[in-house]
Design a protein around this ligand. Structure first.
Ligand code: ZN
Length: 146
């Protein structure tokens, strides 16, 4: 009787269990490149299905974020268009709505209702000095978007 001793193939169970139970910790593409050829797809099916689910979910979340950012961009663009469409022209005959004096300097204040005053006469940016109308207060930033 003769026995041939061969080195037993290592059992894949611990690595498979590690993959299937800690799928969030592994990069799916790298794992697939490193898998031994003799491992069946069924062996790591739990890992694969979870990875695919995670990837699809991540892709959908990115798409939602992209669409929300696009909505915010379009809203800002619309506000910029509306803001630029209200052009203020000051002539020699133009006068401040508060003090009635002409504009000697190129700076002025314009309220959303069209009232134009000197910057010094615009004491409260949220309240029109002529009509007393209250405007919402928003922080103004310089926008240079395209
Ligand atoms: Zn004035």
């Amino acid at each position: 009787m003769m026995f041939v001793l061969t080195e037993a193939a290592p059992s894949p169970r611990p690595p498979v269990a590690l993959l299937n139970n800690n799928r969030a910790e592994f990069d799916t593409a790298k794992v697939l490149q490193m898998l031994p050829d003799n491992w069946s797809m069924q062996l790591i099916s739990q890992f694969l299905s979870s990875s695919i689910r995670k990837t699809v979910n991540g892709s959908r979340m990115l798409r939602v974020e992209h669409m929300l950012a696009r909505g915010a961009y379009l809203q800002t663009k619309q506000e910029a268009i509306e803001c630029c469409s209200n052009v203020v022209s000051l002539t020699d005959d133009s006068s401040c709505a508060v003090c009635g004096k002409g504009f000697s300097e190129p700076t002025f204040a314009r309220y959303p209702n069209g009232v134009v005053t000197h910057v010094a006469c615009a004491k409260n940016k949220s309240v029109c000095p002529v009509t007393g109308k209250l405007f919402r207060t928003v922080s103004v930033t310089t926008a240079t978007s395209k």
